[in-house]
Write a protein that binds this ligand. Structure first.
Ligand code: NAD
Length: 388
């Protein structure tokens, strides 16, 4: 077999003009802001000039941790965005989910490009508002789906687009953890309704949806029968992921820890989905994509975070025989985060469209939103995608 690793890496190499530096701010300096900062610092054409956090002193300590000089004396994102002396080109929005939409809208209205962490927003209405402002202002808006830059994910898309599978009609996707609610004794921003808004459904569900929908060109979602539950997070005897001695914070748990859905997509494609932060099994199954000429199995992982759990298998027919072809795991030499940040910077510098088009993530969000609404209604619902 040809060296696919070499092939897929070479496509990416290009010169970076380091004489033209972009001025970056970071909104929210908690856990994931570290990956943003690390990756920005590895770019020759970036200066991280400011950061802010709602917790006083947190942004300052964050900048000190990296030895980066920057302005951090802001009480929130609005103060930082309003500081014209910063001359910000772009911001990374690394706040908890409930603060994604307002921060993105304010930044773009101020003429600042936005790299927004996933999930896009909490509701589909918020997502549509953000896209309206993206359109009005012409700013680059990219949403933080770094798995898209994983060569294994690209291979899934290549296989689907090649026609190898024939007409794709059924997809099973999702995954999850046996015990993996992302919360500790002190950090509860992922599990409280007022900060997170959605649980496993949005947090890791958005990745599994993006993996398969991006591969097949993001057909429009039509209807959804959704279910969500919270049996583990609300149990005071739950044994936490990071095994701290402090008791579980069940009283703070206000989101879902499991969700499942049956979604009809345009083109007669069925999407069968399930996602869990906690469950009494190791995995709810591999991702499978069924077509009229072939099928693809993508092994699940123990910790579903948008990665491929092992070599993929294509099931197909050769000369009338049923055979299987294994696709070896591909490396992504520059790393997923480099792809996520670099593609955003390049879009700004080269005046190109966003590397992660927001209309696609609107569909992703519409499915998540539809699952939550259908679960609340206890019946199948039509997926309503707001006009933007
Ligand atoms: N792409 C990934 O791999 C990945 C991984 C983890 C988390 N995330 C996403 O990143 C986001 C943040 O996750 P985290 O683990 O860093 O959470 P976190 O709770 O550790 O950090 C969020 C920080 O944002 C601050 N904040 C909230 N609203 C703000 C505002 N308006 N202005 C300034 N600061 C504000 C909070 O005070 C907090 O310090 C979440 O949406 C999460 O889904 C993405």
């Amino acid at each position: 077999m040809a060296d696919m690793n070499a092939f897929m890496t070479n496509q990416e190499k290009k010169e970076i003009d380091a004489t033209k530096k972009l001025r970056i701010g970071i909104i929210g300096t908690g856990g994931i802001a570290h990956s943003h900062m690390r990756t920005y610092l590895a770019q020759p054409d970036v200066e991280v000039v400011a950061g802010c956090d709602l917790v006083p002193g947190k942004a300052k300590a964050f900048f000190e941790e990296f030895g980066v000089e920057g302005k951090t004396d802001y009480k929130d994102h609005s103060e930082m965005i309003a500081d014209k002396s910063l001359k910000l080109d772009a911001v990374s929005i690394c706040t908890y989910n409930r603060q994604h939409a307002n921060c993105a809208i304010e930044a773009m209205r101020a003429g600042i490009h936005v790299l927004l962490e996933k999930p896009f927003t909490v509701t589909v209405e918020e997502a549509a508002e953000v896209i309206k402002v993206e359109k009005e202002t012409g700013m680059v808006l990219s949403v933080g789906f770094q798995p898209r830059f994983d060569n294994n994910m690209r291979m899934i898309k290549k296989i689907c687009e090649s026609g190898e599978l024939g007409q794709i009609y059924y997809i099973q996707t999702g995954g999850g953890r046996r015990r993996g609610i992302p919360a500790g004794a002190t950090k509860t921003t992922f599990i409280e309704d007022e900060t997170a808004g959605i649980g496993a459904l949005g947090d890791i569900g958005c990745y599994s949806l993006d993996m398969v929908l991006n591969a097949i060109g993001y057909p429009k979602p039509l209807t959804v029968t959704g279910y969500k539950s919270a049996f583990f997070g609300t149990d005071p005897n739950y044994v936490r992921y990071v095994n701290e001695n402090a008791p579980w914070v069940a009283e703070k748990f206000g989101v879902d820890d499991f969700a499942a859905a049956f979604v009809r997509l345009e083109g007669g494609i069925i999407l069968d989905f399930r996602i869990a932060w906690a469950m009494n099994i190791n995995t709810p199954g591999d991702t499978i994509i069924l077509g009229t000429k072939g099928g693809l199995r993508i092994p699940s992982t123990d910790c579903w975070n948008g990665s491929v759990g092992g070599p993929m298998t294509v099931y197909h027919e050769v000369s009338g025989e049923q055979v299987e072809t294994q696709i070896p795991i591909l490396k992504t030499p520059d790393g997923l985060w480099h792809g996520k940040i670099r593609s955003f910077l390049d879009a700004i510098k080269e005046g190109k469209p966003s590397p992660i088009p927001s209309w696609q993530i609107l569909y992703n969000q519409a499915i998540i939103d539809g699952i939550a609404k259908s679960s609340d209604a206890g019946k199948e619902i039509e997926v309503v995608i707001p006009e933007v």
